[in-house]
Design a binder for this molecule. Structure first.
Ligand code: ATP
Length: 511
């Protein structure tokens, strides 16, 4: 556990040191759970966006992209259910004055009991050695059974209480489990209250309910309300999708774990409209397609797993998460939801407008069903950064920190380094950059020894470093060093463009 926390800390400090992510408004001591993307971070983020957009929009004839406003008519959020149901149950500890999500406190309590079970199993392994039958042990050991029963009871009570909005029941469960505040160690809790996660603000200069508007908590609703606009103006035929990348805001009770859970974040969402009855086929299609998209990055297939939702949101008839093995363990990276016709029907009802499609093949009008894919851009960023960050010991015993970012996503694609600052080498280096800069982000670096310069490029994930030396002036060849293999080859300047392109083009991921 400690090791995992160390890994996250290392990634956070590397991200800051090299200009990927800074704490927001740091000169004022920062703002909780708010971060700014620096000069390299915004490049990486743009490249992730571009990978998603190309794959979803450009590679799918029947998907188009939009960019809707963050502010939306307030009724949107009544229709979507966010005004009434986008709540988390919160509880305060009166001694530490710390605020918690009641369901998270209970989850963590259950996790502790789960750990007790695992310890009991470990003891069994030690005691019985090769003869140990884990399955049998779990099914019969009285301590294991007692604890499993405890978990089940807490889970059942929690589910019932949350589903029926029985906040007293949630409070009672916390008391019955004798959960203490991790800070004060006391059981001096307030009652449990519902807390709406939407940020609200006033439109213009008039105060009051009528002018209260919200910062969107998801980008999806901007797609639903534009369903007919896009379908008609783009002459779209079902099945088709609408994609969008944009900011979303949630007043999370406990925002933490770096950019994993923030109050202002970015989503990349796609709503796929299909015929009623065909949603399961498309749900499976998108599970498969999205899983391939992630795995094509080469961060390791074992880093991902699917987690099917057992308790479905009221609008869904199937839902799962793609989880990633972050430094803090497997956690949700992307959600794939079959949302039925819930959203469009709600908007029909609240707006009084028909949001239907005339299907010429069926000769029939209907409200389409929707399958949604929704991935957090910041979580993708953290996945790429943490999986790429490696401390390596080299053959000669020296060490290097390298970001083996998939080349297509790397901020700089190539660094051009004159061996010395004189003899016309810098001029030659800049001439090479001029030939590459339209297609690739290049960095010019003439300071320090070549070895040090290589380390700097490793630490920011630049796939290629090109050295310009005296031989270059004679025969137009340069030394190209590969970030991952650290091998160096001599190539003609005329071949550089093709060589870089072959490795860093998005084509390497998309075909
Ligand atoms: P979680 O259970 O982690 O709160 P969620 O199930 O509420 O997430 P969705 O509503 O399905 O999340 O949102 C889709 C995606 O948006 C998530 O898979 C995640 O990648 C991203 N996301 C959601 N909340 C945040 C947040 N507070 N900070 C960063 N990314 C987020």
């Amino acid at each position: 556990m400690e090791q995992k926390e160390d890994k996250l800390k290392e990634v956070i400090s590397h991200a800051k040191e090299y200009g990927f992510v800074f704490p927001s408004s740091e000169i004022y001591d920062g703002l909780a759970a708010t971060y700014d993307y620096g000069q390299l971070g915004s490049e990486l983020k743009n490249n992730i966006k571009s990978y998603w957009w190309k794959s979803m929009v450009q590679m799918h004839e029947n998907i188009v992209g939009i960019d809707s406003a963050i502010f939306m008519h307030p009724t949107t959020w009544k229709a979507s259910g966010h005004v009434d149901a986008f709540n988390d149950p919160l509880i305060d500890n009166k001694d530490s004055k710390k605020r918690y999500r009641a369901d998270v406190l209970l989850e963590e309590h259950m996790e502790k009991i789960r750990l007790k079970i695992e310890k009991e199993v470990e003891k069994g392994v030690k005691r019985f050695g090769d003869d140990f039958d884990e399955h049998q042990f779990r099914a019969t050991n009285p301590n294991v059974l007692r604890n499993a029963e405890k978990i089940k009871e807490i889970e059942d009570r929690m589910r019932t209480a949350l589903e029926t909005n029985d906040l007293e029941g949630v409070y009672q469960l916390i008391m019955d489990c004798e959960i203490v505040c991790p800070i004060s160690g006391s059981r001096n809790w307030t009652e449990v209250r519902q807390f709406n996660l939407m940020f609200s603000t006033e439109l213009g200069s008039v105060a009051g309910d009528a002018s209260t508007i919200y910062l969107r908590p998801e980008t999806a609703q901007g797609i639903f309300v534009n369903f007919l606009n896009v379908q008609k103006s783009g002459r779209m035929k079902i099945p088709f999708g609408i994609a969008q990348i944009g900011k979303a805001f949630r007043n999370e009770i406990v925002a933490r774990q770096f950019i994993f859970r923030m109050r202002e974040f970015e989503q990349m969402e796609m709503q796929f409209f299909c015929r009623p009855g065909e949603e399961m086929k498309w749900y499976e299609y998108w599970k498969d397609t999205r899983s391939k998209w992630h795995k094509a990055l080469g961060l390791g297939d074992k880093q991902y797993r699917f987690h099917d939702h057992i308790k479905l949101a009221h609008y869904a008839n199937a839902a799962c998460d793609i989880e990633f093995n972050f430094p803090m363990g497997f956690k949700e990276l992307e959600g794939i939801h079959s949302r039925t016709d819930f959203d469009l029907k709600q908007h029909e009802q609240f707006s009084g407008k028909k949001l239907q499609y005339f299907d010429p093949e069926l000769n029939q009008n209907y409200v389409p069903f929707v399958v949604e894919t929704s991935v957090g851009l910041d979580r993708m960023f953290l996945a790429v950064l943490s999986a790429s960050h490696k401390n390596e010991v080299l053959e000669d015993g020296s060490e290097r920190t390298v970001l083996s970012i998939p080349p297509a996503l790397a901020p700089y694609k190539v660094a051009i380094m004159p061996l010395t600052k004189k003899d016309g080498l810098p001029e030659k280096a800049r001439e090479i950059i001029d030939g590459l800069k339209f297609d690739f982000l290049c960095q010019y670096d003439e300071k320090d020894s070549i070895g040090k310069r290589y380390r700097r490029q490793d630490a920011i994930g630049t796939p290629f470093s090109v050295t310009v030396d005296h031989e270059t002036l004679e025969n137009n060849t340069v030394t190209v060093r590969d970030r991952d293999t650290m091998e160096q080859v001599r190539v003609n300047i005329a071949d550089l463009h093709r060589m870089i392109d072959e490795k860093v083009s998005m084509r390497t991921l998309l075909v």
